[in-house]
Design a binder for this molecule. Structure first.
Ligand code: 5GP
Ligand code: MN
Length: 325
């Protein structure tokens, strides 16, 4: 692995940079891509920011979001690819992951325990709550200023990936960095309102129908919800409106593992895993081709929903029983 000084030196050598986050981007992915974009533009680089999927509308307030492009950027215009918040090449999405095999200099910054060192330069720090924290440190390493625009992006990255500072990835250093971002001028309460209290009604109609699927195992330690394409359609909701739903399954008293089974397209299901305490859901998701963090992970499985549920719920029950052994 490289250190931040080596990452800073590699970025200094770059001229035309493509910056990418993961499929179905979240606050950390977008905030980190935009903060990195602003920094590299300040350094005089030609910057393109892109990802496989559209940015959720909720993040419209982020500076420079209008420059983020959903879909593949034009070929051959770059010398360097910066990949942020992607634990494995697949998380870049189709078309993007193939760029890793090109002759671009790949710089990979991530914070997942399950992260693969697919870059020429890799900086992986699982102790960071968000890639936003890594970029905060990188900017300091570079001796550059964290402007208010950058601070807004980094705050958004950190507040979303820590579940508003609730999860145990929130360290004293996380809060020290956030305090600095607030001193720079981030209106934290206003940003929190924009992210969490300006949701379209469709989110709540979807929540209502998703909650009606809430099911717990007989032992009460595993709980899950289901969202089908039909439910999305009936609520006039789209995929981005499923963000955070899995937390309801986790929040039930006595539950150790909460899961959301979400139909992405016919025969294709995304499973989100959340652990309250001791179960390592990164390990739970890995045999299904996924991964993530010890307390938040996901995977994508093709097949029949009933069969998928049987397999995944059995694995979750085994993981939960492991706690008592
Ligand atoms: P979410 O459930 O919010 O989509 O994702 C939770 C965490 O699991 C995130 O840190 C994300 O990076 C990881 N994750 C989600 N889906 C996948 C997947 O299909 N593959 C891998 N490797 N990680 C995933
Ligand atoms: Mn992240």
């Amino acid at each position: 692995m490289n250190n931040l000084a080596e990452i800073a030196a590699a970025l200094a050598r770059a001229e035309r940079v493509l910056i990418c986050g993961h499929v179905m981007p979240d606050g950390d992915s977008l905030g980190s891509v935009l903060a990195m974009g602003i920094i590299l533009e300040t350094m005089g680089k030609k910057v393109t920011m892109a990802g496989a999927d559209q940015a959720p509308v909720i993040y419209s307030f982020l500076p420079r979001l209008e420059k983020y492009r959903a879909g593949l950027p034009p070929e051959g215009e770059y010398d360097t690819l910066v990949v942020l918040d992607c634990s494995v090449p697949d998380r870049l999405g189709d078309g993007f992951k193939e760029l890793l095999d090109s002759d671009l200099v790949v710089i990979n910054l991530d914070h997942h325990v399950s992260s693969v060192h697919f870059g020429k330069y890799n900086y992986i720090e699982p102790a960071a709550s968000a890639v936003g924290e890594i970029i905060y440190d990188l900017i300091n390493e570079m001796g550059l200023e964290i402007t208010l625009d950058i601070a807004l992006c980094l705050y958004t990255a950190i507040v979303t990936d820590t579940g508003s500072f609730q999860y145990d990835n929130t360290s004293p250093d996380t809060l020290r960095r956030v305090a600095k971002l607030m001193e720079i001028g981030v209106p934290a309460a206003k940003v929190n309102t924009l992210i969490y209290e300006e949701r379209p009604k469709a989110v709540f109609f979807l929540l209502g129908s998703a909650l009606s699927t809430l099911t717990a195992s007989p032992c009460g330690k595993v709980c899950w919800m289901t969202v089908t394409l039909e439910m999305l359609q009936n609520s006039s909701a789209s995929d981005e409106h499923t963000e955070g739903l899995v937390n309801y399954a986790k929040s039930v008293r006595g539950v150790q593992v909460g899961m959301l089974f979400r139909e992405i397209k016919e025969g294709s299901y995304k499973i989100s895993f959340r652990s309250k305490d001791v179960v390592d859901v990164n390990r739970l998701a890995t045999p299904f081709g996924g991964g993530g963090h010890p307390h938040a992970a996901g995977c994508l499985i093709q097949g029949d929903l009933k069969e998928i549920k049987e397999k995944v719920i059995s694995a979750a029950l085994l993981a939960v029983r492991g706690i008592n052994q």
